[in-house]
Design a binder for this molecule. Structure first.
Ligand code: SAH
Length: 249
């Protein structure tokens, strides 16, 4: 008998057929098949109590759309609660970041509530330890894709899932920086040649160049990251331009 996976995800949704979906392919899918993580989807409608099996109702105070009922949501949550963190996908939540993903991946998994329509009756957040989590400043039509984003980010960090065990350490957000740019063969393509330093074989120079590029791109595209990580210690980039010929992004 194989032991149950250390990281177990339970997704509460009105569309259980959306799972595993993309999480059943590639890295996450292989890991799922190998039992490195577990995934269960639970139909919220199974916890409806009235004769019409309704899960939503009109918003108090008026307005467009429908709101998910807290009694139904609570019954669904209570049926699977076992100490794992309970998250609700919501644009009103704290934005997900790599630090949070790392913390979740180090734990036993998560119970994830997916919204639809206008979202959840707010009282669910008072009555149960459910934390709203956003995947970014835009509005999706449902929480399922958000849950998949969150789970994909966690699963790739689980032991044995990523090819090279070190390939996570230099990645974007790990040092408060975006990752440096990558290149591969052909050496020259449409008149653009891979930066000379990367072909030099000088590992110290390569490391310095990569750091410089990471700082440069982060300043340009994500000044908020530099700000947040007290980026004053990051040396200003000396070579602002990439060494490729032709247009520079
Ligand atoms: N009326 C809500 C949006 C509801 S969108 C508002 O303006 O805040 C319907 C559902 O999609 C939400 O309940 C949530 O589960 C999901 N969703 C939408 N955008 C999301 C985001 N940025 N992050 C996570 N979940 C999101």
């Amino acid at each position: 008998m194989t032991p149950p996976p250390a990281f177990r995800a339970t997704v509460l949704t009105l569309y259980p057929e959306m799972f595993p979906g993309p999480l059943g392919t590639s890295l996450a899918g292989r890991a799922l098949a190998e039992g490195r993580w577990g995934l269960e989807s639970v139909h919220i409608r199974d916890f409806a109590t009235d004769r019409h099996r309704s899960v939503d109702d009109t918003p108090a105070g008026g307005g467009a759309g429908m709101v998910l009922r807290c009694d139904v949501l609570a019954a669904a949550l209570d049926s699977v609660a076992d100490g794992r963190p309970m998250l609700a996908m919501s644009p009103r939540g704290k934005p997900l970041d790599q630090q949070r993903v790392r913390a979740l991946a180090a734990g036993e998994g998560a119970i994830i509530l997916c919204g639809r329509f206008e979202g959840f009756d707010e009282r669910i957040f008072e009555a149960r330890p459910v934390e709203p989590v956003s995947i970014g400043d835009y509005v999706l039509s449902g929480g399922e894709l958000g849950a998949m984003v969150l789970l994909d980010a966690c699963v790739r960090l689980l032991p044995g899932v990523m090819g090279a065990p070190t390939s996570g350490e230099e990645e974007s957000f790990e040092q408060g920086l975006l990752e440096y740019p990558h290149y591969t063969r052909p050496v020259t393509w449409e008149g653009r040649t891979i930066p000379e330093v990367l072909r030099s074989g000088d590992h110290a120079r390569i490391a310095a160049w990569r750091h410089e590029q990471a700082v440069h791109d982060t300043r340009l595209r994500r000044p908020d990251l530099i700000e947040r990580h007290g980026g004053a210690s990051q040396a200003p980039p000396s070579g602002a331009r990439r060494e490729t010929q032709g247009e520079v992004k």
